[in-house]
Write a protein that binds this ligand. Structure first.
Ligand code: ZN
Length: 416
């Protein structure tokens, strides 16, 4: 039959119900059965049996705000990509070919960390490197998380884009161009950020007319809109114009929260709290001391997010872990740490954090009916984690605990 049976462990299926002693049966690229108990059924003798004693079988993780074209990954730190402290990376930018190779390396590292899917929050450079990466992964040429690709981040800054481009017409053209390049989503910096400009997080960079034009152009071109949105006005522009991913939201006010809640079945947020945490607590060695973290807005943003996201959770707004990995202080491959921060800072239970990274991940990938939970007919993205991450979410951060990583029925990793 060519079946693979995960037996002997406990099953966390991604829906949020408690883990239970059970088996998961995989046939081809799909899950054939999920069942309680540990008795291999008759006929399973031909199957490949994977002993999961002492382990938890769960869905593959989904990174909700990926930047696979950012240069730093575990074991490959790039100190020159660390704004505003050091941006020397851009003095010798990689060629498109080099950039694709770098992104392919990052994709493999993210898959090795248990992330079998990733939703991009934007490309670092213009061009279509991320589209090529997505297609290479999809065709099986390159190991990596299945990817939804997002465009270069458009910031509506006349210095960077030329004044003639920052009109509704220029914006429509940009979105049509990115769609033609093959991107699934287009990323706009609806607000600026303190990292780029002092006080930037409170600057809205697009008018209501432009945001409406973006919404219309995206619908016409068949792409999703993602945005960087820190201040209340930018969040409201995003929600009112059909943006699907509204990132950060650190300074959401009551009206913005109400809007997010009202549209919670149509959109996702992701705080990208890992970078804020790292900037405030862990980035001394990369030149970010407390005063610098303050100047970058990280201290205030972290504080604001710690106050805000428990309320997002309470309101049932879909909050995704992950985000802004790819800096030296947040190298790609460390992404599972976000789940711990959801537990430690935002009041999520470990099981809720796991649901955010699995079931909600399937939803943001627009594959809710076949990805993100362990259920018959779903894609066989399966992790075997030594121990019980529903009790100890930190287990996911040590790749040695990930004894099996399966993606679409393919055994990417199996530790014997
Ligand atoms: Zn980002």
């Amino acid at each position: 039959m060519g079946e693979i049976v995960f037996t002997g462990g406990s099953v966390f299926d991604g829906t949020g119900g408690p883990a239970f002693p059970g088996e998961v049966v995989v046939r081809g690229d799909r899950i054939a059965a999920v069942r309680p108990g540990h008795s291999l059924a008759p006929g399973d003798e031909d199957a490949t049996v994977i002993d999961c004693s002492g382990s938890t079988v769960m869905p593959g993780l989904v990174e909700g705000h990926a930047h696979l074209t950012f240069p730093s990954a575990v074991g490959h730190l790039e100190p020159g990509f660390n704004p505003p402290v050091d941006v020397s990376f851009f003095q010798r930018p990689p060629s498109a070919h080099e950039h694709l190779a770098l992104a392919e390396r990052n994709a493999r590292i993210l898959l090795d960390a248990g992330f079998t899917s990733a939703y991009s929050a934007g490309s670092l450079t213009p061009g279509n490197v991320e589209v090529q990466l997505r297609d290479a992964i999809a065709s099986g040429k390159v190991p990596g998380p299945r990817l939804r690709a997002a465009s270069f981040e458009r910031d509506n800054n006349p210095v960077r884009h030329g004044a003639e481009n920052i009109t509704p017409t220029g914006l429509r053209r940009f979105i049509a161009e990115q769609a033609a390049l093959g991107f699934d989503a287009v990323k706009l910096l609806l607000s600026n950020d303190d990292v780029f400009v002092p006080g930037g997080s409170m600057q809205t960079q697009y008018t209501a007319e432009e945001a409406a034009a973006a919404g219309a152009a995206a619908r016409e071109a068949g792409v999703w809109l993602n945005c960087h949105a820190q201040n209340p006005e930018s969040i409201k522009l995003a929600v009112r114009n059909g943006f699907r991913s509204v990132y950060h939201c650190s300074y959401a006010d009551e009206e913005a929260l109400d809007l997010l809640e009202e549209h919670r079945d149509e959109l996702f947020t992701a705080p990208a709290v890992g970078i804020m945490w790292a900037n405030v607590h862990e980035a001394h060695e990369f030149g970010i001391d407390h005063a610098t973290a303050e100047r970058m807005g990280s201290v205030a943003q972290l504080e604001a997010q710690i106050a805000l996201y428990p309320e997002m959770r309470r309101r049932g707004i879909r909050v995704l872990p992950g985000g802004d990995y790819g800096f030296p202080q947040t190298p790609i491959g460390r992404n599972a740490r976000d789940l711990q921060l959801f537990v430690d800072l935002f009041g999520y239970t470990p099981a809720e954090a796991l649901v955010a990274a699995t079931k909600r991940g399937g939803e943001v990938m627009d594959m809710a009916d076949e990805l993100g939970v362990l259920a018959p007919g779903f894609l066989a993205d399966v992790l075997v984690v030594h121990g019980d991450p529903t009790q100890n979410i930190a287990l996911l951060q040590d790749a040695a605990n990930l004894t099996v990583i399966m993606q679409g029925g393919n055994l990417h990793k199996r530790t014997r």
